[in-house]
Design a protein around this ligand. Sequence first.
Ligand code: BGC
Length: 510
Amino acid sequence: MSRKLILILSLLLVFLLTAVKAHNVSKNEQKVCALQHRSGSKHFPSNFKFGASTAAYQIEGGWNEDGRGPSIWDTFTHQHPEMIDDHSTGDEGPDSYHKFDKDLEALKELKVHFYRFSISWSRILPNADISSKNQKGIDYYNMIINKLLENGIEPVVTMFHYDLPESLNLYGGFTNLELIKYFTNYAKLLFETYGDRVKVWITFNEPYDYCIPGYGDGNYPPMGHDHGVADYLCMDTTLKAHAEVYRLYRQNFFEKQKGKIGMTLSTRFYFSKTNNSSIIDRAMQYSLGWLAYPLFGETGNYPQVMLDDIAKNSEEEGRAWSRLRSIAENERDIIKHSADFLGLNYYTSRYVEEANPAQGKKPSWQYDSRLKYELDVKWKRGKSNWLYCVPEGLEGLLNWIKNNYNNIEVIITENGWSDDGQLDDMERIDYLKAHLQAVLNAINMGCNVTRYTHWSLIDNFEWQRGYTEKFGLYYVNISSAGKERIAKYSARYYKSVIESKIIPDFVAGN
Ligand code: BGC
């Protein structure tokens, strides 16, 4: 091929790629991210609280400083850079271990009522066990809690956000029921140390999201590939550890400390193109219901549909027992109602249909659930390939929770939008506005939602996506030494919501 021809072909290719990209961008621009209707009052209740959230591994850095032990995310990012899009780690990240004051400035500027952050278990107990207490780690969180309170910001603390101490991983992590004892001892230390000042505790963040990829699909640490078995054990251990901690608090600490405890679950909401409510229910039981039903339902056991399906599939596979073991009778009373609120992470929704025949590896959650999902062409997509703006889903979900779990208190512990990190983040504002409207509508319909937490306060390490997707209200230049936090337009917008307790259409200066 002549050089001239190659040049012409290359130019043509560049032209085509640019045209396709422009087409996609404009296609996304035509899509709306808005909730059209408003039901009832446009004011949030006066006692409604707004906050912002982060998680230790995603923001702290200082991974091996002052006695911190390794977590499975340190091991994973160090040993498997190929598993992270930009081969990055959380070794340094936004460096909140040294720069908490910058986070505090952002929180004060936003005027949030509370800050949800997580404690790195291996920073305060490097070997996970209380024999390894690390005073410098303990002091770090005392410093955060005290500074928040001095500035009128309430600490909301997550005990576990994916970063399991490596030492527990050595003997099976969440597949070993021994973990319950370790977690309970860790929680006891947290209550003894911080419980005089922390009044809202979240035991675990999103069990489904660390159990399935961590023990089933193998694309999160500890890279287990035992789908349909080990991931189910992980969910089981998590549920039981949560319940033990709840009972411990109620028996030994509640009277004095008067706090409350919940677990954070993530779920999408589901729609049916054929108005098939039983398929929506099935999808909800297999996602939120898996742990929400034992906690907030009347049996203290897993949803019946899961118990039945998985027992049947296990028998067909020739197993001696079900891969989802029914919770023993004497444990059901410990689990039932062992949460004061439901922490809810909501990002997106899907259409759902029955998958007939079942899809996915055999055995696996996908196979057992017999569900398949679809998107709506009208839904606008964020930077993350799974994140579509569906505010109606949040309104539907909150109503579903009200109707199915006796209108339990819901704290929205995460909700947010990803992009490239630009300061003029108008899409994030649209997403925020639409989802706040969904929350307000749900409240006006009688849903017991008391708090909204935006994910995230600052741009941070987005797990396997590294630093390629940004969720922050504040931009952080990860490669600079100072790691300044710079308010995006959405920060200004959110601040005006918090100050006025209404959802403004427009904020001067944007
Ligand atoms: C997790 C966060 C994560 C966010 C965006 C949530 O599921 O709790 O850690 O950064 O989603 O993917």
